[in-house]
Design a protein around this ligand. Structure first.
Ligand SMILES: [Zn+2]
Length: 78
């Protein structure tokens, strides 16, 4: 379970970025809204899309999730 935040300011493409709490690209406390705990960035996006029309998972958080999913997959195969 990870804790996700939604930026309250759009990025250069006009989209609101979703970050994990540990992400070093996360906006300051004044520029983000707490989304809640989720198992994956995908779940966080589906919640965030109820709040903002244009949401996107941060590149860094997205790649971290990919690595974690890949590790889990390997473990299941062993
Ligand atoms: Zn991030």
């Amino acid at each position: 379970m990870k804790f996700f935040y939604l930026s309250s300011k759009p990025n250069s493409e006009g989209k609101f970025e979703i970050h994990e709490r540990e992400c070093n690209l996360i906006p300051s406390a004044y520029d983000r809204d707490y989304l809640g705990p989720f198992n994956s960035g995908r779940e966080a996006i589906s919640k965030a899309s109820n709040l903002r029309a244009e949401t996107i998972l941060c590149d860094k958080c997205g790649s971290d999730n990919y690595v974690a999913a890949f590790r889990n997959l390997k473990r299941e195969n062993q």
